[in-house]
Design a protein around this ligand. Sequence first.
Ligand code: ADP
Ligand code: ASP
Ligand code: MG
Length: 439
Amino acid sequence: MGVKVLKFGGSSVADGIQLTKIKNIIDADPDRRYIVVSAPGKRFDGDNKITDLLYMCRAQMQHNIPYEQLFQVITDRYSAVKYNLGIDVDLDRYYDEIRANLDNKCSEDYIASRGEYLSAILVAAYLGYDFVDTKGLILFDKRGRLLADETNEALKAELAKHERAVLPGFYGSDKETGEIRVLSRGGSDVTGSLVARAVNADIYENWTDVSGLLMADPRIVKDPEPIQTISYIELRELSYMGASVLHEDAVFPVRLANIPINIRNTNEPDDPGTIITTEHAPEGKKVLSGIAGNKDFTVIAMYKNMLNKEIGYVRRVLTILEDFDISFEHIPTGIDTVSVVISNEQLDGKLDDVLEALDRQMKPDDMSVHEDISLIAVVGLGMSRRPGTSAKICTALADEGINIRMLNQGSSEINIIIGVDTADFENAIRAIYNAFAEK
Ligand code: ADP
Ligand code: ASP
Ligand code: MG
């Protein structure tokens, strides 16, 4: 018998109708043995994600505001699924346990993880699969960093005891204290990948609400072309830069074990979706695999006469950032200039202190800050050693009257990063897409 690992995202477990779809998908193939589930997501525009509601519960609890009404909205979602599908599971017992922990001032990670926990208990009972908790299996060190190899060993040993199981995504626990720790948002994709590696799956199927990875974000470009196959390395570039369909860290575990990922649509199960593997021959003359982007960056630009003669200048700039525990995205340099591009999330509340430190220690002749910068990544193995790609991008942007604030090509030549004003972000993505899409 083969083994397939499936991860179902928030919209795929949002209500009873979605659960019947996932049961049909699982029943259609006996190899579909290990199932990772997210917390229920939005059922319609304007609906709430359970994980967001759980974070709100904890915030209310911290401010001594009664959380019961909000908690009821959460439990109603699970109870409705239980009754609609006639699932035989005593949810009240779990609700009481969570309430008691909330009253005992549980950690934020604990409460955030309960969305996946309840989801997996419900889905396991519905499918007749074993429920396997990821507490004690997905392991973190005391700084909250995932212990990949120890996790792999723990998952492997436990799953060997279960022929078929449902596991909650998004969380694990501290290896020493056993306390619940969550991955970053969207982290159930990572759980699926860790499970796939541990059971040495033939394939990791990631089931979501789009028929695979599209060449651009469908919320920005209308009907972007689907991507049939793409390499791990291109996918990582795209997901890092905002193609939010798959968490950027979901690539590593399966890549180590050479397990292909197949992104599929729960609502269109016959669509083949996107296959992600190591072997990716750029099809025909297709230059570009995809475009993704992220808003909210700041550029700090320093100017100093004869800067290129000053040995160690850039290193000292980076040491200052390190002292503030800030990681940077890019450092475009010129003869007399050095700029650092940093995400606003990293700078959060530190900008003034960083500027003061740079001014005092680096003594630039001039320094300017540009907030509201967006980065766009144009990614494709097909770009490598093919002249003209940057020219095409620049022309497309110039034709739309969009000013390029930064242009950076990685030495691997599989990506070009473009910085634009955030006001131009969506138009820039559409302009680049239109220049490359095969119409
Ligand atoms: P899940 O809850 O199943 O994990 P997500 O909402 O995290 O699903 O990811 C799926 C969403 O990612 C899609 O609905 C789509 O709006 C968005 N998305 C952004 N960029 C892309 C892209 N390039 N291709 C496909 N989907 C994308
Ligand atoms: N439920 C978590 C979130 O909303 C994790 C996930 O869905 O992957 O981020
Ligand atoms: Mg997701």
